[in-house]
Every structure is written in structure tokens, then in C-alpha cells.
Design a protein. Sequence first.
Length: 275
Amino acid sequence: MADIKAADVAKLRKMTGAGMMDCKNALQEADGDFDRAQDIIREKGKLVAAKRADRETTEGQVIAKVSADGKKGIVIALGTETDFVAKNEEFQALAQKIADVALENMPADVDALKAINIGGNTLEELITQMTGKTGEKHSLAYYGKIEGENVSSYIHMNNKLAVVVAFNKVVSVEAGKDIAMQVASMNPVSVAKEDCPPEVVEKELQIAREQVIQEGKPENMVEKIAQGKLGKFFKESTLLEQSFIKDGKISVADYLKSVDADAKVLGFCRFSLND
């Protein structure tokens, strides 16, 4: 068996980020072969991940980032099982690294983000390695991207909710933050009723029709009343029609118009670990 020195353990730790004992044990098992030791550490992470595959990742870090030119934005969520691990510096550093990679590359979806290679490991492998270190399941719970002439972001203070919002033109920092906070607080389903997903509209209409029928209203009034209820849904659940959280007397559309009559919200990404 190879003589495993402290310097070897430190070298492997620097290469993999794994704990000192994990590195020592891997080197002993690999008889001093660094390549094999790295494989052993990766396999350990996969084993832990497999054992905990059915666990819920309701804690973690949700991060929003905007590019230096203000035209691109992303939201990522790295989930874990407990708040204790979510506050771990290495876990938080990994979440930040994923966010940086996402913003730099703007991949198409979560799978494409996981597949990006950093220093010889894919992001998915780095997440698995972190699982091996902490003993908790970790998952890339969300990735969303957006582009526009101006992107604003908002992260709730506990890093469990984050938003990016894209505009068609540059708006003030205050206005951008106000709209992003509106999205964070009120969780709209879409920017406007016109771009509300058809399946959401149909589901709301169906619920409304059933409510009207149960209330005993005449059959010839069902559709008219259901459409009225749908209008109320749009007012409560689409961003531009919602009451502005800083002034309930006006809508978000009215607020945006007061800031800049030509400014428009192009879209948003929002994710919360608590939803």
C-alpha cells in the first residue's frame, strides 16, 4: 500500500473539494493513484445521491444575476434538505458558481446548464460531489433566463426567492426594483392577460363554471358569470392588471406608465423554494 502523505491529501482536497478524511480514504483505496482517487470520490457522491434520491430539497439558495450591460438575467435555485447545509459556505459558493456559469453561457435549459464543464467536471458532477460531502441531497431545482434592453433583479433577504424582469428600454433602478418586488410579492402567472397560458385560462374558466352551477344560477347565465370571474382572475393574477403593492389605488400598468409611457415589461422569471 502506498504511503499517503498529508501533502497528497491536501492536493486531492484542492482538486476535488472533498473533506480531508474522504480524500485520505480515497487515496488509500486507490493505492495513491490520484485519478482513481478522484473517481472514488465522485462515486461516493453518486452513492449518497442515489440513497437520498427520494428526499425533498425544500431549503437552499435562490440567486438572481444580471449581466454587466444590464441586458441579460438569470435565476437559479440550488436545493438541499436543511437550512444548516444551505448556510454552509461551500454550498453557497457552489450556488454562486452555477449562477455565474448560467449568466455567462445562457444555456437553453436546466439539462444544458448541468452539462457545462468547469475544470474537468460538469456542473451536475459538482452538485453530486457536494452531495457526497454533506450527506444531503442537492438538486438544481430551477433555472430561468431572460433578455431585454434592461433587466432588473430582486432577491429576498433569505435567498429563498429571486426574480429577474426584462424591459423593452432602460428604466430607473427604482422602477426596475419596484416591478421585480411586485413579481416577488404577488407571483403573477403572466405579464398580461393576453399572454396568460391557454391551459391556465381554460382551467380558471372551468372552475368558475362549476362554481356558478353549484350556486344555482340559471344555465343561460353560467358563461357570462364565468367570464366575469375570469376577469377578476386576470386582475389579481396578471402583472400589469394587479394592484401596485406600493399604492393599491393604481395598477402596475398605471405605475409603469407614470414612470415612462413607452416602457413595457417583456417578461420575468421568478422562483421561490417556499411556493
